[in-house]
Each structure stands twice: as structure tokens, then as C-alpha cells.
Design a protein around this ligand. Structure first.
Ligand code: SF4
Ligand code: SF4
Length: 179
């Protein structure tokens, strides 16, 4: 039995030279690299962490608990911020002062920064300027516990007036004199 033989015509591919294109690409990259090395000002990037971007003072970054003139915490533990927080990341334990003229205050105030969505509702809800959101945005940490900020971190961290805290615009005595 004689088998039929089929001939398939495979089109011959043209030889392609890639090397010239590779050299053109490398030349372009090298030109850009030299330009960036010798004219850093035109670069849109920053050499972080040596160079940091300065955000506006209105930037809603890390929280700050303000203090009274005597350095004690301004918060009256009214829970409005915790109630307004959509991420439910604020925990407060309130206590009363022995002096009946002094308002309630928090013996514990914590914000879980990993749950916070930086919406600013807590700042808006506070009636006594006790919590603000500042221009800081770096939140480094090695484990989850590092991201639960307590009163020490929120009010007295080193970069807040050398650890003395930020004084609230609402003064305790002045406020009661108005009432
Ligand atoms: S910024 Fe928003 S999510 Fe974060 S603690 Fe305040 S209210 Fe909660
Ligand atoms: S930070 Fe302001 S809103 Fe929150 S508990 Fe303190 S006083 Fe109330």
C-alpha cells in the first residue's frame, strides 16, 4: 500500500537581530541614570529615610492627645471619639478625680493604629480639643503590640514638645469660668 506524502510549506522566518535594540535600551537607561546622578533636583523621588516629605500641618497623620497647662492629660474621657470611630479602634478606661472640680480623665486611652483608617472623626467629635491628628505619618513597629498607642505615646512622645506634650487651646479653668 503506497502512502501519500504531504508536503507542508513552512514560511521561512526572517532572522531578527535583538542586540541593537538591547544596546539602544541600555543607552537610554544609562543616559537617565547619569542625568539623575548629576541633577538630583529634577528627580520626583526622595532618598527616604534621609529625606522626608513635609506634609501640610493640616495633614491627618498620627494622633496627639493634648495636655493642660499643668501637663496632665486634657481628655475628659467622655467617649465621644470612641463612639464616633468607625473602626472601633479607640479604647478608654475612665476614672474620676478626688477633686470634684476636676472632670473625669482617662486612666487608659489606647488607639490601635493598625485598625485606624485616619478618617479624623475622633478629632471632629472631641468637644475639648483633647485629640488632634498631626503631620507625622511614620508608624514603624516590629509587631502588632507596637501599633497599639497608649497615653505615653499619644501625649508624651519625644517629638511632641520634647515629651512635655502639646497644650490644648481649651484651658480647664477658663472653660469653667465661661459656664
Ligand atoms: S482617625 Fe478615624 S479610625 Fe482612626 S481613631 Fe480616629 S475616628 Fe477612629
Ligand atoms: S479625646 Fe475628646 S472625645 Fe475622646 S474621650 Fe477624650 S475628651 Fe472625649
Amino acid at each position: 500500500m503506497s502512502g501519500s506524502v504531504y508536503k507542508v510549506n513552512i514560511p521561512q522566518q526572517k532572522t531578527t537581530w535583538y542586540l541593537p535594540a538591547i544596546f539602544v535600551g541600555m543607552g537610554f537607561t544609562f543616559k537617565k541614570m547619569l542625568k539623575n546622578l548629576f541633577d538630583k533636583k529634577q528627580m520626583p523621588t526622595l532618598n527616604y529615610p534621609e529625606e522626608k516629605y513635609q506634609y501640610s500641618s493640616r495633614f491627618k497623620g498620627n494622633h496627639v492627645l493634648t495636655v493642660k497647662k499643668d501637663g496632665s492629660i486634657r481628655c475628659t474621657a467622655c467617649m465621644l471619639c470612641a463612639t464616633a470611630c468607625p473602626a472601633q479602634c479607640i479604647s478608654i478606661i475612665a476614672s474620676e478625680d478626688e477633686d470634684h472640680t476636676v472632670e473625669k480623665y482617662p486612666i487608659a486611652y489606647e488607639i490601635d493604629m493598625l485598625r485606624c483608617v485616619y478618617c479624623g472623626f475622633c478629632e471632629e467629635a472631641c468637644p475639648v480639643d483633647a485629640i488632634r491628628m498631626g503631620p507625622e505619618w511614620q508608624t514603624p513597629g516590629l509587631n502588632g503590640e507596637n501599633f497599639v498607642y497608649d497615653i505615653k505615646q499619644l501625649a508624651y512622645r519625644e517629638n511632641l514638645n520634647n515629651g512635655k506634650g502639646v497644650i490644648s487651646v481649651v484651658d480647664e479653668k477658663e472653660r469653667h469660668q465661661l459656664i
